[in-house]
Design a protein around this ligand. Structure first.
Ligand code: GTP
Ligand code: IMP
Ligand code: MG
Length: 360
């Protein structure tokens, strides 16, 4: 079985958390990383310890799974080696020989360009310039980087062998639908498509090999970097939304900093970029965007994260009957508007904080 886990909003939906849970629960043979590259920042917990990962698949929390990074993913050599060390994954992590390597010139071009850095608000990790070099056919590949020689593999072949033997493969994407270079809010997007089809290309499997696509939505919206956000919470509209007004009151009581209501709430919810530490903008769940994202991703299931941040009574719950009615009304509304079943409801940051409704 091949299952792709993909972001349905603007990234940071909590894919890392969901993948870390599935990796432990389903015990897949392979966890394969797709997506753009080290512009991603995933937060995962293993035995209570927090990891901020940019390169290593979040599924590393399962010690028995083989970890693969697909050819479509940009590799930051130094960061990769650091994370191998931090996670202790040497011996079971491999990268495709065809991955593009990010070089210092790419980071300089990204962070040094006022268009990329200021107008688009990139993460400054060199991803756009490295992808441009790949398209221009001037990029360096992983097979030409001596420091990576111990990690080189033929990722599509490894995955094919596992599929043929009847094993399970979890594909973890990065970023989210609204950041797709084709389907997102261009030009305020990342340097590649971010949908499930791209993830299949990234790791080298054909579309007929994909069994399930789990699309992840946070229970509200967040966006880091520039670009439009339809459902943004502002000082003007906040009084219309009791949940947000309540969160603002809480933030103000705690004396949290922020130039406006949105920033104060982002502080309260801990909405800061994993990579850039920039404050994320927050907004209402955007049903239209969610529906379109599910359509273009071919989603078969939905995972909803951070439900506890808007319904604190849900915190760390593991059973459906323990979730309050107002929370379930919201879940049912997502299912109705998007037309896909919600099978995973995440109720806290650690892997076991989840209500799992999948038929296994
Ligand atoms: P990207 O590749 O950047 O999109 O990463 P991501 O989708 O893995 O999300 P990221 O880790 O950047 O941000 C999600 C944040 O929410 C992290 O700090 C997680 O620990 C946290 N988180 C995830 N799920 C839950 C949840 O259900 N409840 C709470 N309270 N926190 C959660
Ligand atoms: P780049 O991918 O670094 O070129 O950044 C382009 C845009 O995508 C910027 O708005 C970034 O903030 C956003 N972005 C890239 N990766 C992520 C991610 O993993 N989470 C959230 N936003 C991201
Ligand atoms: Mg992130």
């Amino acid at each position: 079985m091949v299952t792709i886990v993909v972001g349905g909003q603007f990234g940071d939906e909590g894919k890392g958390k969901i993948v870390s849970y599935i990796a432990q629960k389903d015990n897949p043979e392979i966890i394969a990383r797709a997506g753009v590259g080290p512009n991603a920042g995933h937060t995962v917990y293993k035995n209570g310890k927090k990891f901020g990962l940019r390169m290593i698949p979040c599924g590393f929390v399962n010690d028995d799974s083989k970890l693969l990074i697909g050819a479509g993913v940009l590799v930051d050599t130094e960061r990769f080696l650091e994370e191998v060390e931090i996670t202790g994954t040497k011996g079971r992590i491999f990268i495709d020989e065809r991955c593009t390597v990010i070089e210092q010139k790419h980071r300089d071009a990204d962070a040094g360009s006022s268009f990329l850095k200021n107008k688009i608000g990139t993460t400054g990790r060199g991803c756009g310039p490295a992808n441009a070099d790949r398209v221009n056919r001037t990029a360096k590949l992983a097979r030409d980087e001596p420091a990576l020689s111990a990690y080189i593999a033929d990722v599509p072949l490894e995955i094919d062998k596992t599929i043929k033997a009847g094993g399970d493969v979890i594909v973890e994407c990065s970023q989210g639908f609204g950041l797709s270079v084709y389907y997102g809010t261009y030009p305020y997007v990342t340097s590649k498509d971010t949908t499930a089809s791209m993830a299949a290309v990234d790791i080298g499997i054909g579309p007929t090999k994909v069994d399930d696509v789990i699309i992840i939505y946070k229970a509200y919206m967040t966006r880091v970097g520039e670009g439009p956000m339809q459902s943004l919470i502002t000082d003007e509209n906040i009084s219309k939304y009791p949940i947000w007004a309540g969160l603002l009151e809480k933030a103000e009581k705690q004396g949290l900093p922020g130039a406006n209501a949105n920033e104060k709430i982002a502080e309260l919810l801990g909405e800061k970029g994993t990579v850039t530490k920039r404050l994320r903008r927050v907004g209402n769940f955007d049903f239209e965007l969610a529906k379109r994202a599910a359509m273009i991703n071919g989603a078969t299931q939905i995972g909803v994260t951070c439900i506890d941040k808007i319904f604190p009574e849900c915190y760390r719950k593991q059973h459906l009957e323990d979730l309050p009615k107002k929370c379930m009304d919201f879940i049912r509304l997502i299912e109705k508007k998007v037309g896909v079943s919600v099978t995973l409801i995440s109720t806290g940051p650690e892997p076991e904080d989840i209500v799992d409704l999948r038929k296994v």
